[in-house]
Design a protein around this ligand. Structure first.
Ligand code: DX5
Ligand code: ZN
Length: 214
């Protein structure tokens, strides 16, 4: 299981210290939530902060763009150290073009689905995707309650990936802990994002190891 702790739950007054905690843990990626206050009702942080994180990060940056017009910012993602870039299906009129933009910059491309968006909208693009991010909360904030329907969506997505012989990874984001994580693992998830669950522990390896072992 790939575990991607969410930077949104960092103590932002001590970013470098927080980055070192992740570097020294058994986590696999850094999950970077970029919000614009338009696509979601919150603003997190932007590319200068991501670039500062990438200077110290020793693991890949898994960037989740919760913004309108993501095409405008794909180069900024590259220049700020992103390895994985995930855009929202709901924010992309020409999704195929956006995915090609990400790949042309040499990054891995993902698509996130809001809780109300069915997996079936990805039927004609799944073979082009390195990752699909199933949102198990409405994006915008950490610490929300897990939406159980996400488990069924993971199963449907797994079936689609198998049917199309795609190599896409399934990642889930929002309200993930050891209990919801177990349901997601059984359903076929490959990667779990966790913010509040990881950072409520002093020793973050405790929750990270629990998730990794699911
Ligand atoms: C929510 C973000 C998540 C968030 C998850 O919009 O996309 O990545 O940090 O936080 P938790 O794990 O606390 O639900
Ligand atoms: Zn996220």
């Amino acid at each position: 299981m790939i575990v991607s702790p969410s930077v949104l739950a960092f103590d932002f007054a001590n970013i470098q210290k927080e980055v070192e905690r992740i570097n020294q843990s058994n986590a696999d990626w850094f999950h970077i939530d970029i919000m614009d206050g338009v696509f979601v009702p919150n603003i997190s942080f932007g590319f200068p902060v991501m670039k500062a994180i990438s200077k110290h990060a020793k693991k890949p940056l898994d960037v989740h763009l919760m913004i309108v017009n993501p095409d405008k910012y794909i180069k900024d993602c590259k220049n700020s150290g992103a390895e994985w870039v995930t855009v929202h299906y709901e924010a992309c009129t020409h999704l195929h073009r956006t995915i090609q933009l990400i790949k042309n910059e040499g990054m891995k491309a993902g698509v996130a689905l809001n809780p109300h968006t069915p997996v079936s909208v990805l039927e004609d693009i799944i073979n082009d995707l390195d990752l699909v991010l199933i949102m198990s909360v409405n994006p915008g904030f950490g610490g929300q309650k897990f939406i159980l329907n996400a488990v069924d969506k993971v199963k449907v997505l797994k079936d689609l990936i198998t049917k199309k012989k795609a190599k896409t990874l399934i990642e889930v984001d929002g309200g993930v802990n050891n209990e919801t994580g177990l349901l997601l693992t059984k359903a076929g998830a490959d990667a779990l994002v966790a913010g509040s669950y990881v950072f409520k522990y002093d020793d973050i390896n405790t929750p990270i190891n629990l998730l990794k072992a699911l």
